[in-house]
Design a protein around this ligand. Structure first.
Ligand code: BTN
Length: 277
């Protein structure tokens, strides 16, 4: 049987959009790192780099990102925005919203957005609406600035798609407790290329709408607004009720100790079951 090159279907179905230049490799260190290098070498906006496996995947806050080979959708996309640095958060928001919508459209799984841009599923994996939020996907945006203006923004997404079960012993136990995958939520395997195509089609849409409309969509998908949260700010922790995400992407928390805080960067934990109290 003759099979096409990895990503052929994506390239063909995305023709005419800004994301048709899909480059799919079996393995690399980090798609974010590679795409930042390609950006420095002058590659244009819209390049999408996908890997079946990463050996040095990077996560937020200097963490690493692990995924079983061929079990996740791992890709980065290159933007060359003409907007101010302060608007860079809109790109990762657009990717997060598009990913949430693609999960719904392709796998009938409806994740929420955990601030800033994680996708989480609340429930047991059998459709129940209660239980701690488990992570389905994470996003890492990295940018380069030249002469004070944004030169390139690379937004990378890791989405757990077809993972082994915890019982198989192929998953580190610490991941099994806090993470989930689309196949576990949907009850069947999910086609990664189909997911990529739909995600990039949604991204084509969200890249063209006014910022306020995108942020309204992000707020409507938010699993954080209305939750009790603990936010690690590095130098201190705050606990309270998350009430809003501003148009500039900050999280507003009504702190238990009194007053309201606007968080620009931090690590959020949804407190459960207190969130229901
Ligand atoms: C997070 O910490 O939640 C963000 C994880 C982002 C992982 C993705 S996988 C594809 C891209 N390449 C990387 O090295 N990281 C991002």
């Amino acid at each position: 049987m003759v099979t096409g090159m990895r990503g052929d279907r994506a390239r063909s179905e995305l023709l005419g959009t800004r994301f048709a230049d899909v480059r799919w490799v079996p393995e690399t260190g980090s798609t974010n790192r590679d795409l930042l290098e390609l950006a420095a070498a002058g590659e244009p906006a819209g390049v999408v780099l996908v890997a079946d496996h990463q050996t040095a995947g990077r996560g937020r806050l200097d963490r690493s990102w692990h995924a079983p080979p061929e079990g996740s959708l791992l890709f980065s996309v290159l933007f060359r925005p003409t907007t101010p640095v302060s608007d860079a958060h809109l790109l990762s928001t657009a990717v997060g919203v598009s990913a949430a919508e693609a999960c719904r459209m392709v796998a009938d799984v409806a994740p929420g957005l955990k601030w800033p841009n994680d996708l989480v599923v609340t429930g047991s994996g059998s459709g129940s609406a209660s239980g701690p939020a488990r992570k389905l996907s994470g996003i890492l945006a990295e940018s380069t600035v030249k002469d004070g203006v944004l030169d390139a923004v690379v937004v990378g997404l890791g989405l757990n798609v077809n993972w082994p079960t915890a019982a198989s012993g192929e998953l580190p136990p610490e991941l099994a407790d806090i993470a989930t995958a689309l196949n576990h939520e949907a009850g069947h395997a999910v086609d990664r290329e189909e997911l990529l195509i739909v995600l990039l089609q949604r991204l084509e849409h969200w890249c063209c709408v006014p910022a306020g409309e995108l942020m309204d969509r992000a707020r409507s998908l938010s699993a954080t607004i209305g939750s009790r949260v603990r936010v690690d700010l590095g130098s201190e922790q705050i606990v309270g009720l998350a009430t809003e995400i501003t148009d500039s992407g900050s999280l507003v928390v009504e702190v238990d100790d009194g007053g309201s805080r606007e968080v620009v960067v931090g690590d959020v934990v949804h407190l459960w079951p207190e969130a229901l109290a």
